[in-house]
Design a protein around this ligand. Structure first.
Ligand code: CAA
Length: 316
């Protein structure tokens, strides 16, 4: 019998396991988790391993806001500057998948409570791992699922976004920064290198020389202003952390008002530039562009423009 760790989304991810589920064939540990978690009952959600995004979590908070149109996820380990533990990784991925599966939610905001976005992967957990441990169980791989979320992700970054925190922000589609945002990849100073895509994404965001400087010195952090100048972040929001998150939520709500399938296709087409060579990316964009002409929303949007009225998108 397999025992599922509390909060681990695989319980709902694995249809075979679900099919065999009965309260009698699981441990009391699993039972406690099941009783403390409200599941989303839609078959779509249960087939992809999502958790009810508003279930209670240990290391994050997650809620749907703005008339359920926006998913808001806050990293919530302020006492350790939101260091990304394994539980945190599982909870983030499960909540994001939950938001992705909720039809009302059109975009998602990720931010951090307290004075950091996230100061990296939890070094206290990493400390005793061996090369064999990571080879047999490449835990950080699970973070890659963040970049597979289909709805737009907006990171609202204030304070430290270091190591895995910087990498998590870069997995998002848009980064808004507060005045105290600081980006860095200090892994080299603890004898390792970025392990959540930092060496690949940072060079695309800030160019080779600056990326190398950050990764090879582990210092020369990047502040909010420079992040905006270099295009790592799209905008600096002055004011409090709450104002930064409110701006990100307003942007997410705005995106949520667009045609849902058109938004998903636009995100996938832009991301093609990340994942493929120019020629292949342009081909993918053209395929998605053609596909929007199968949408009722595309007809409605163009008709509304010509008739000088607001479009009434049906997400079809
Ligand atoms: N993991 C675990 N705990 C962390 C942490 C991390 N990444 N970052 C901070 N903390 C903890 C500290 O240990 C401290 O806890 P205690 O109060 O129990 O001692 C608490 O958060 C507050 O931190 P500091 O007292 O150090 O705060 P500071 O303001 O003096 O310094 C900081 C802030 C410069 C960010 C410093 O905490 C720091 O250098 N953190 C580590 C940054 C780092 O190396 N990140 C990369 C991690 S490895 C990684 O992410 C791998 C990857 O790419 C996948």
């Amino acid at each position: 019998m397999e025992v599922v760790a509390p909060g681990f989304p695989e319980f709902v991810a694995n249809p075979r396991r679900n099919a065999g589920f009965s309260p009698g064939n699981i441990s009391s540990r699993s039972c406690r988790w099941i009783h403390s978690t409200r599941f989303v009952r839609s078959s779509v959600v249960s087939s992809i391993g999502a958790r009810d995004p508003e279930a209670s979590y240990e290391t994050i908070t997650a809620e749907v806001v703005e008339s359920k149109s926006v998913g808001l996820l806050m990293l919530n380990r302020p006492q350790v500057l939101n260091a990304l533990s394994e539980v945190c990784m599982r909870e983030v991925v499960a909540a994001l998948k939950g938001f992705d599966a909720l039809p009302e939610v059109g975009a998602i905001v990720i931010s951090g409570k307290g004075k950091a976005f996230a100061a990296g992967v939890d070094i206290k957990e990493l400390k005793n791992k061996t090369m064999v441990d990571l080879f047999v169980n490449p835990v950080l791989d699970q973070w890659n699922q963040v970049s597979r979320i289909r709805k737009p992700l907006i990171a609202a970054v204030n304070g430290y976004a270091l190591g895995g925190g910087c990498e998590l922000a870069m997995m998002c589609d848009i980064i808004l920064v507060g005045e105290k945002a600081v980006f860095g990849q200090p892994e080299i100073k603890i004898g390792t290198i970025p392990g959540m895509g930092g060496t690949q994404r940072l060079i695309r965001e800030v160019g080779k020389s600056r990326a190398m400087e950050m990764i090879l010195t582990g210092e020369r952090f990047m502040d909010a202003k420079e992040a905006c100048q270099r295009g790592l972040a799209s905008r600096l929001i002055e004011g409090t952390n709450e104002e930064l998150v409110a701006e990100a939520v307003a942007m997410a709500k705005n995106i949520s008002g667009m045609s849902r399938p058109a938004v998903i296709m636009a995100k996938a087409a832009v991301n093609a530039a990340y994942e493929s060579h120019l020629e292949e990316g342009v081909k993918r964009e053209q395929a998605f562009f053609g596909a929007t002409f199968g949408l009722e929303d595309r007809s409605e949007g163009m008709a509304a423009f010509i008739e000088k009225r607001k479009p009434n998108f049906q997400n079809k």
